[in-house]
Design a protein around this ligand. Structure first.
Ligand code: ATP
Length: 479
């Protein structure tokens, strides 16, 4: 149908625009650095930066902003030691690590009682004498940042007023988050200072910096180490490359990181962290970290086993909305997430639901990352009961207490094929909680029926039809 294809084209354009809107991160901001000086920074000023990197950096930042706890993971940690004959240590307590008292105090002040899964193995390796190199991969939230911050703080000599630890981050915002962890964990070291090597943080030429830890983006760090000579790279004892997977999405960052690494002394400890481990990350990691020990923690898999899945046949957007109202009228829904394909549909739906008296939060692509984090935070706290969002915006966000997920539009990729991975991520649960969930898919065209069928086939799981005009039937699904 002509109107259908026109509508599709509009939808696609909107979805593309949404994805592009993540470029908001590039906007110029004024922020103070830790010394109180004003730093003018355009987080990713290079207009040539790939969108992919923007997405990943924004997602990573969002995850950090909204996370309050360790992400649980029951998988086994895989450890590949550089020297397979040396004993493999793992620790169950922070005391076993024989940390300096003020560092142990810092760890406890953060509320950490025991090492996380990845920390159990990574910390003894990183704190060994002589310190060992490490490549570590585990999903976001499993304690990597805390681990390498602890490694840096245990090596730093606060009395020496020159940079001894260098940490590379893909963006200024991410660098700032790591900086906060360093400040918290290192708060019992009164002499310890941090410098941010980010674009816009202008120092006078010929100056040497006295801060013991420098954290920054690769381009500026490279300038500070070479052209501007603010840092003597030969005095660096610990080099950390964080978020390697986000980092490598930018060609420039890879080369710059490698050039920085080449300036460091041979006995400098090299550490690399990544949430994912594609081939490209692994190749890069091996270039930056010689003779590494490798630690991997597989992501906990999501499953559809504990989810009841339904679909509702509708003939228009208004009918989908009506079906949604019927659902709400018949069952008690504590908190729900509703996914739409475009921003426009999401705002329309949020407005309609508000008119019906629902407390609705809207997560939209035009929001800055910090605003998005605030919306998610409010929803988590239960201040709003419904979160309406688009796929692009909510990718990678976990809100564990949500038991009902509505696909107002089914997830499709840019070629309008089923996006199975997104479907699984939206409604899947990690099996171990055994939490039950309910997923309702709205189907309003032959095309979306076809998508639904293909999703069923892919997961080999039946999605039952639900008649939302039949209240008895709806009540049954809630039990
Ligand atoms: N041993 C621990 N005990 C309790 N909480 C911890 C521990 N280690 C880290 N955390 C907390 O868990 C959360 C996630 O930790 P962290 O930021 O170090 O993870 P990450 O793997 O670096 O995540 P990302 O990849 O997003 O940077 C943080 O809130 C952190 O304070």
């Amino acid at each position: 149908m002509a109107t259908d294809s026109w509508a599709l084209a509009v939808d696609e354009q909107e979805a593309a625009a949404e994805s592009l809107s993540n470029l908001h991160l590039k906007e110029e901001k004024i922020k103070p650095d830790t010394n109180g000086a004003v730093v003018k920074t355009s987080a990713n000023a290079e207009k040539t930066d790939e969108e992919e990197k923007e997405d990943r950096a924004a997602q990573s930042l969002l995850n950090k902003l909204i996370r309050s706890n360790l992400v649980d993971n029951t998988n086994q940690v895989e450890v590949l030691q550089r020297d397979p004959n040396s004993p493999l240590y793992s620790v169950k307590s922070f005391e076993e690590l024989r940390l300096k008292p003020q560092l142990l105090q810092g760890v406890y002040a953060m509320g950490f009682n025991r090492p996380s899964k990845i920390q159990e193995n990574a910390l003894p390796l990183m704190l060994a004498e002589p310190p060992q190199n490490l490549i570590a991969q585990s999903q976001s939230g499993t304690g990597k940042t805390a681990a390498f911050v602890l490694a840096m703080l245990s090596q730093v000599e606060p009395a020496n007023k020159y940079p001894q630890c260098l940490c590379l981050s893909p963006t200024y915002e991410l660098a700032l988050q790591t900086g906060k962890v360093i400040e918290q964990m290192g708060k019992f070291y009164p002499e310890l200072k941090l410098a941010y090597a980010v674009r816009g943080n202008k120092l006078e030429r010929g100056q040497k910096i006295s801060e013991q830890i420098v954290i920054g983006t690769p381009g500026t760090v490279l300038d500070w180490c070479s052209k501007l000579k603010f840092i003597d790279p030969k005095k660096i004892k610990v080099f950390v490359l964080d978020e390697a997977d986000v980092m490598i999405a930018t060609q420039g960052h890879q080369d710059q990181s490698i050039r920085i690494q080449r300036m460091l002394p041979r006995n400098c400890q090299m550490l690399l962290f990544s949430a994912t481990f594609e081939d490209s990350v692994w190749k890069f990691a091996q270039k930056v970290v010689p003779d590494p020990n490798v630690i991997k923690l597989k992501r906990e898999e999501e499953t559809l086993d504990t989810i009841k899945q339904y679909y509702v046949l509708c003939s228009s957007r208004d009918e989908k909305f009506q079906a949604l109202c019927n659902l709400y009228g018949a069952i008690t829904i504590a908190q729900a997430m509703i996914f739409c394909h475009t921003r426009k549909t999401a705002s329309w739906l949020a407005a309609e639901l508000s008119k019906e008296g629902h407390q609705v939060a809207l997560l939209s692509g035009e929001m800055m990352v910090e605003q998005r984090a605030a919306v998610i935070e409010r929803f988590r706290e239960g201040k709003e009961k419904v979160l309406v969002t688009t796929n692009v915006c909510a990718r990678g966000i976990d809100v564990e207490q949500v038991s009902v997920v509505i696909n107002f539009d089914l997830p499709v990729d840019k070629d309008r094929n089923p996006d199975n991975e997104t479907y699984l991520h939206r409604i899947g649960r990690t099996g171990r909680f055994g939490k039950r969930g309910l997923a309702v898919n709205m189907v309003d065209s032959k095309h979306s029926m076809n998508i639904l069928n293909r999703i069923q086939e892919h997961f080999n799981k039946k999605i039952e039809r639900l008649d939302t005009d039949d209240l008895d039937e709806i009540e049954k699904i809630a039990n």
